[in-house]
Design a binder for this molecule. Structure first.
Ligand SMILES: [Zn+2]
Length: 316
């Protein structure tokens, strides 16, 4: 399966663009426009590669598919790939290999392929105390005093050691609030928010349990609202990664580096189905920026690269 999206991020201030963001313009060996690199060129190249493939190999093995969503860049990802995955599960259909044409390359086409992502797990914590006058410490329950050692323990905890493909899981406390503004009032409530960027050495369920165990150990009266926005995944060095590497060597003449950095993509919904997933596409220096562009030679090479990947997987 080839996976892509047709939506784009907003252009930002129009007057800063050298040419209009929604009028594709060629100059200096580049195609300029919002979505040129992320990821209209990838969509076009994947479509071309599939057309050429089924024409050249009508008796190929397996099934090929193109999945394009228009709900990737927004904050919700409610109605795109998430829904398609639900439907695949309902039908009992599997995806063996998924290639998404997101802009993965750093300096030139094919130098980096993305083979995994860290997961993202957030929590909104409320610690309840009893509000009162600072002069009567026996009549209050100060949620700041109660929460502080627990938050310190959360901040100091080593969640895992990472692994060969990922740095260790990190927790960052991003917001903390308590107090009425008055100097003589102990507040009744403390609110804090935190986010995990976690690697495949930890899972979201175990992180949730460990956080709650620490808060219980400190005797807190608390509630947490959890938000799990992306599962961590890693595609092992199997059939798909080897085919992609070999195809890049064939077409671009370089050996790619496997990487797990960068922001999230729809690949995070496909990977949990058990699919091998690789992101491979144009250079990403200009994505989401003013004057987004793709080099014309990358644009010409991309369909050949995608075609070569499918050939290596299922041509015969
Ligand atoms: Zn994208």
């Amino acid at each position: 399966m080839f996976l892509g999206h047709t939506d784009v991020v907003p252009p930002g201030p129009l007057e800063q663009w050298t040419s209009a963001p929604f009028e594709p313009t060629i100059r200096d060996g580049r195609l300029y426009g919002r979505g040129a690199a992320d990821m209209k060129s990838g969509d076009a190249a994947m479509t071309l590669a599939l057309e050429r493939f089924v024409t050249a190999y009508p008796d190929h093995r397996g099934t090929v598919a193109l999945l394009l969503t228009s709900d990737e860049e927004g904050p919700t990802n409610r109605d795109g790939v998430r829904r398609v995955v639900e439907e695949f599960r309902r039908r009992g259909q599997r995806i063996d290999w998924c290639i998404t044409g997101e802009a993965s390359s750093r300096d030139r086409l094919g130098d980096v392929v993305r083979v995994g992502r860290r997961g993202s797990l957030s929590g909104r914590l409320t610690v309840r105390g009893v509000q009162g006058h600072v002069a009567y410490p026996d009549k209050v329950k100060n949620p700041i005093h109660l929460a502080a050692p627990a938050l310190a323990e959360l901040a100091a905890t080593r969640w895992d050691e990472g692994n060969a493909s990922f740095p260790p899981t990190s927790l960052q406390i991003s917001n903390i609030h308590a107090g009425t503004g008055a100097l003589n009032v102990v507040p009744g409530v403390l609110e804090a928010a935190f986010n995990f960027r976690y690697c495949t050495a930890s899972g979201a369920d175990s992180l949730r349990e460990r956080v709650e165990a620490i808060l219980r150990k400190h005797g807190l009266d608390f509630a947490i609202e959890w938000e799990h926005t992306g599962e961590a995944f890693l595609t092992h060095d199997g059939v798909l990664r080897r085919a992609v590497s070999a195809a890049i060597e064939d077409v671009c003449g370089i050996t790619p580096e496997a990487d797990t950095g960068g922001g999230t993509s729809d690949a995070r919904f496909i990977a949990p189905m058990g699919a091998e997933v690789v992101e491979v596409g144009p250079t990403n220096a200009s994505i989401h920026r003013i004057d987004e562009h793709i080099a014309l030679d990358e644009l010409e090479t991309l369909p050949r690269l995608y075609l070569r990947i499918i050939e290596r997987l299922i041509a015969v």
